[in-house]
Design a protein around this ligand. Structure first.
Ligand code: SF4
Length: 244
């Protein structure tokens, strides 16, 4: 792949349009290399520290040792997630791992919107605690990386390696689009990566405590999120701004 000098306003189209990923990583390694060749230090990996997250961190660390990685710290995460972040920091000491907090604390949110906003209006809660903080993180950054996989949901099955992201006025790079849930766990096990202990306790997808549930069938990698609501995404990967 050649070098690209691109901005959101000059979306490169799909530089991988004719790319047939037949390597072991199903194209992920080449796409990660392309992202850092193209954007240098101006790439943020917004990592949730789920199973895909620890895989991508390992792939990224082979290409960009001091990559900027941001965890959206809503303030309502499981202790196991924070424990994993510390393990990852120890394993990859050169990575620039940052925890980004919302502008308002949980107490201030409760005072302004009522307690447990996630029970009544999770879209608004996600907007305050995830979307707005990511907007702030990506301000001035032309590109970000996400661990989306096509098989995760109907809404993600058309995701490309390189996507124009209207919400964040950025280029969203998704190296793992062709990976299956099994691929993710094979990589974790073969490379002996640390992962969130909750995965072994029936939590395939792990987010904030109030919006994450144990599931019986953990083969659905997005199961257990926002149960009781017609909501499958926090809004980071959808267009529109309805939650404001
Ligand atoms: Fe709020 Fe739940 Fe969204 Fe976390 S996942 S920001 S608790 S609605």
């Amino acid at each position: 792949m050649g070098k690209f000098s691109v901005t959101y306003d000059h979306f490169p189209g799909d530089p991988f349009k004719n790319f047939n990923p037949v390597d072991d990583s199903k194209g992920a390694s080449a796409v990660v290399e392309w992202a850092y060749e193209s954007y240098g230090n101006n790439v943020v990996y917004a990592c949730s520290f789920g199973a895909e997250g620890v895989v991508l961190i390992d792939l990224i660390s082979k290409v960009k040792k001091d990559a900027k990685i941001v965890f959206l710290d809503t303030g309502i995460h499981f202790q196991e997630t924070y424990d994993l972040i510390e393990k990852v920091k120890e394993k990859y000491p050169d990575l620039n791992i940052q925890l980004k907090k919302p502008d308002i604390t949980l107490e201030e949110q409760a005072a302004a919107y009522g307690s447990a906003l996630w029970k009544r209006n999770p879209d608004q809660c996600c907007f305050i605690r995830k979307i707005k903080p990511l907007e702030e993180v990506l301000d001035g950054y032309p590109a970000w990386i996400s661990g989306l996989r096509r098989e995760q949901s109907a809404g993600r099955k058309h995701t490309d390696f390189v996507n124009k992201d209207d919400r964040f006025k950025s280029i969203k790079v998704c190296p793992l689009i062709h990976w299956t849930w099994e691929d993710v766990w094979t990589y974790i096990n073969v490379n002996n990566l640390a992962y969130n202990e909750l995965h072994d306790r029936g939590y395939p997808s792990i987010g904030c405590i109030p919006c994450t549930s144990q599931v019986i069938d953990s083969s659905n990698s997005r199961a257990g999120r926002w149960e009781g609501f017609n909501k499958t995404e926090c809004g980071l990967h959808t267009s529109g701004n309805s939650a404001q």
